[in-house]
Design a protein around this ligand. Structure first.
Ligand SMILES: Cc1cc2nc3c(=O)[nH]c(=O)nc-3n(C[C@H](O)[C@H](O)[C@H](O)COP(=O)(O)OP(=O)(O)OC[C@H]3O[C@@H](n4cnc5c(N)ncnc54)[C@H](O)[C@@H]3O)c2cc1C
Length: 374
């Protein structure tokens, strides 16, 4: 058993940290205050190859593994959680479905553009009446000659308005639940694709989240990802590894809260009660990191990792939330003031317990897997 990062992962972390601390972190407070897309941060990440971390070299990516992906998102989130979720969603659920389920033509056509950031990826599963129960979605894809016509509304879509390509889940078959769902690659500039309401959220202000409206959108059969009826499998597999990315986001927020609390205590002085809280915070983040890296390690080796990814997402996001609250408590009124990183971490951490499967849904996944194992 070796718990030390391999030299290539360690040097990758150092490179991402330099970019995150040098370019991304200085923008974080302003991006949060102004609810603005962190364009400079995303461009810098693209130039450093961070939008193609998981994409093989032959398609212009870095060809790295799930552990590198987790490290990348963790380092970005430590600097700016909004930037991290944009990169995370692009890399995992926005791009990985093509890597895992795309044919050669789809890979050659889309992956090089996603790897450079020419196109930002997004994942459109949730609907107004279909969140945790994703199999009940009602967006339709009707066969029309050699293609399909899509109609429906997706909500809470990350990277809305900035994405060039959406992985959209729609119902093709008469089956009411999962078996009737199919995945499609829908370019943002296809006729009939519209951005609806862009939501104001309590946190992650730099990460746009909103409605994707599909009105008689024609896509060729070449844009169908996987077979008809395979869409739910595509979505669930994408979310499995997506949860490694959410774990990275949570670790970054948690570590930032620990580091900022430590710095504050150095400057301001501290009581023993604060010391105990800081020790608990750091211990929680460190233990969550082990779970996240274990899930990434299993995924990188092609081993079953669904249960560990859910455990990791559950534990890391709960940890980030708790640690952010503890940090704010230690900081006191100064931490609660708007513009303080302490209150930003609390607001940013909350969504992690909800998206890519709420933490209740993670418990369902974990229990189901445990009970299946006998
Ligand atoms: C910031 C943000 C970004 C997002 N980005 C995307 C995106 O890019 N693409 C996308 O498709 N979606 C996205 N989502 C949507 C997200 O995935 C859903 O919010 C999530 O799946 C939960 O669905 P819901 O909000 O409809 O809650 P509901 O499913 O209505 O659940 C409400 C509550 O009930 C609980 N609950 C539901 N079912 C059960 C059950 N069976 N047992 C126990 N408890 C249950 C839930 O845990 C939750 O606490 C995003 C959401 C947010 C907040």
């Amino acid at each position: 058993m070796d718990l030390e990062l391999a030299p290539e992962h360690a040097s990758f972390r150092a490179g991402v940290r330099e970019l995150a601390q040098g370019v991304v972190q200085p923008l974080a407070a302003e991006v949060d205050r102004d609810h603005r897309f962190p364009r400079e941060a995303i461009d810098a990440a693209a130039q450093s190859g961070l939008l193609g971390v998981l994409i093989p070299r032959r398609y212009g990516g870095a060809g790295l593994d799930a552990l590198a992906f987790a490290i990348c998102v963790e380092e970005l989130a430590q600097a700016c959680a909004s930037t991290a979720v944009i990169v995370d969603v692009h890399t995992s659920v926005g791009t990985e479905p093509i890597l895992l389920f795309g044919d050669d033509e789809q890979k050659s056509r889309w992956l090089p553009r996603l790897a450079t950031g020419e196109l930002l990826g997004a994942f459109a599963l949730t609907e107004p009446a279909s969140g945790s129960d994703a199999a009940s979605l009602t967006t339709t894809a009707r066969r029309n000659g050699d293609g399909y016509v899509l109609n429906g509304t997706k909500v809470f879509i990350t990277n809305i308005g900035h994405a060039g390509l959406y992985v959209v889940f729609a119902r093709t078959g008469p089956d009411e639940k999962a078996a009737g769902v199919t995945a499609f690659l829908v370019p943002a500039d296809a006729r009939g694709v519209r951005v609806g309401q862009v939501f104001h959220k309590m946190g992650l202000h730099g990460s746009p989240t909103g409605e994707l409206i599909l009105e008689d959108v024609s896509v060729p059969a070449a844009n169908r990802l996987g077979a008809e009826g395979q869409g739910f499998t595509v979505a669930m597999r994408a979310l499995d590894s997506g949860r490694i990315g959410i774990s990275g986001q949570a670790l970054g927020i948690g570590q930032a809260a620990v580091d900022e609390t430590r710095a504050l205590m150095h400057d301001r002085g501290h009581e023993q009660g604060d010391d105990f809280t800081l020790a608990d915070m750091a211990t929680r983040v460190e233990s969550a990191r082990l779970l996240a890296y274990q899930a990434a390690w299993l995924c990188s080796r092609g081993l079953p990792f669904t249960r560990q990814a859910s455990m990791s997402k559950l534990h890391c996001s709960d940890t980030a939330m708790q640690v952010a609250l503890d940090a704010l408590q230690i900081a006191g009124a100064e931490g609660a003031a708007s513009g303080s990183p302490f209150e930003r971490h609390v607001r940013d951490a909350k969504a992690l317990q909800i998206y890519e499967g709420s933490n209740q849904v993670q418990r369902i996944v974990i229990a189901r897997d445990l009970l299946r194992a006998g």
